[in-house]
Design a binder for this molecule. Structure first.
Ligand code: C2G
Length: 443
């Protein structure tokens, strides 16, 4: 029996894929089709894949061409599969010609002519892109705009700034540059909000009432009540309200949380997150600056609430104001006490510290080096260093593009893939509220 194997993403399965598979099947008696896992595609730069793995597998199964389907999850797996499964022929389309000659050491390699005139990316490009507007004034919006070009299901077409001339360098790239939010809302399908946290509630409310989908920097509101109101309103208006907390959309971070929940370090006793920067977040031009908790608090609280939950017994807030601006906190520490665990976040805007994340457990601990929030590497360490494990992940563009892909998929599928649970979103808003009204604060 001649066993043939071929691999692919097979996103939005089309006749080009099917013709390839039919000819692959004719090369032998038994055809194995390897479908690439979501994370593997992301790690090799294919971030725009629309269908999740299970959908792509069932589409392949429905063709009836596969005698066996496997999942391709890591670089180099092809060699493992060829040896393990006793493959005689590896085949792939001619767009890959020369890329897999190294497999000739293990089996015959056949490049089949690719079908011209169709591709998953052309199909995706043919779909209407989500017309996105930006609201805010932070220079971060320039980075966000640059990153959006990697996401072919989204097109940033407009921006609303608080006063004319702000972020003027973006003007030539925008179909619409305005200081009026309502004008922008009438021009787009969705908005990205990165303004002062105290403005988020009103801007989200206006956008939802206009029937627009939203991805908003965290916190989306400054109290639980306001946050619950927005979540309810979004549900009634059938729009997506997503929190822009980039770390949550980074594969390395989400894998870390899964490993911890799987008990890799035993029962978790403490979570310690540090985030600091010297650049005063906000915008120098408008002189609208933000404190450390507004800038870094949601990011630092994310692992605390995702790993330990939001049912802490009490929190103690220590904060130092910034002499220059007077009312902004330049450094804030919050200690959370749980029934059988503790957590601490230290955030600084204008203060420097080691931006690491450490999660301590009864069997070992996790060390994520700075900047932990762009999780591309972490270690699980045990008593016996020989048992230590290291994890590496590809992170392009600080996670903005992954966040945008997640947002456009959520809008298309009308399912808010909750990378961030509602309870976490609500509790972040609650902490901001308590901090703002000085509850629990020990200065
Ligand atoms: N294909 C084709 N004609 C097209 C489009 C794709 O023959 N018009 C072939 C590709 O050459 C590939 C298979 O269909 O052999 C799957 O294509 P994709 O889903 O685009 O995945 P790709 O990343 O090209 O898969 O490691 C090998 C790669 O995973 C190959």
């Amino acid at each position: 029996m001649t066993k043939v194997i071929t691999y692919g993403t097979y996103d939005l399965l089309h006749y080009g894929h099917i013709r390839l598979l039919e000819r692959a099947k004719e090369l032998g008696d038994y055809l194995i089709i390897g479908v690439t896992a979501d994370d593997f595609d992301k790690s090799r730069g294919k971030i725009n894949v629309q269908q999740p793995l299970e959908e792509r597998i069932s589409a392949i199964r429905a063709t009836g061409l596969a005698d066996e389907i496997i999942v391709e999850e890591y670089e180099g797996q092809k060699i493992d599969d060829i040896r393990r499964l006793g493959i005689d022929i590896f085949t792939v389309g001619s767009d890959w010609i020369g890329c897999f000659d190294y497999l000739q050491e293990y089996c015959k390699v056949v490049y089949l002519p690719r079908t011209e005139g169709i591709s998953s990316s052309e199909i995706r490009a043919g779909q209407s892109s989500l017309r996105l507007g930006m609201i805010g004034y932070s220079s971060f919006l320039k980075k966000f705009f640059r990153e959006s070009k990697f996401v072919n299901s989204v097109k940033i077409v407009g921006i609303c700034v608080p006063k004319d001339g702000i972020l003027k360098e973006l003007k030539p790239e925008m179909e619409l540059y305005t200081t009026d939010c309502q004008t922008l809302l009438e021009y787009v399908d969705a908005v990205y909000i990165h303004s002062s946290p105290s403005q988020h509630f009103e801007q989200c409310k206006l956008a939802i009432e206009s029937g627009k989908h939203i991805i908003c920097e965290s916190p989306i509101a400054m109290s639980i009540k306001e946050c619950e109101f927005l979540v309810e309103l979004a549900k009634n208006k059938n729009v997506i309200l997503m929190e822009a907390l980039r770390t949550a959309y980074i594969t390395g971070y989400s894998r870390l949380v899964l490993l911890l929940k799987a008990g890799k370090i035993g029962r978790i006793i403490s979570v310690d997150a540090v985030c600091t920067s010297l650049s005063i977040f906000g915008d120098v031009e408008t002189n609208m600056k933000w404190g450390s908790l507004e800038t870094w608090g949601p990011t630092a609280m994310l692992p605390v609430f995702q790993i330990l939950g939001t049912d802490y017994l009490e929190k103690r807030i220590f904060t130092l104001k910034d002499e220059i601006s007077g009312n902004l906190d330049m450094f804030t520490k919050i200690d959370f006490t749980y029934s059988s665990a503790t957590a601490s976040i230290r955030v600084g805007n204008g203060v420097k510290s080691e931006g690491q994340l450490i999660v301590s457990g009864t069997k070992g601990y996790v060390f994520v080096p700075a900047p932990w929030w762009k999780t591309d590497y972490f270690e699980i360490r045990y008593e016996n260093p020989l048992d230590n494990k290291r994890y590496f992940y590809q992170v392009d563009g600080e996670g903005i593009r992954y966040e945008l892909v997640a947002f456009s998929n959520a809008v298309r599928n009308k399912t808010s893939d909750y990378y961030i649970g509602n309870n976490v979103t609500l509790e972040i808003c609650n902490v901001m509220n308590d901090f703002g009204c000085k509850k629990d604060n020990k200065f």
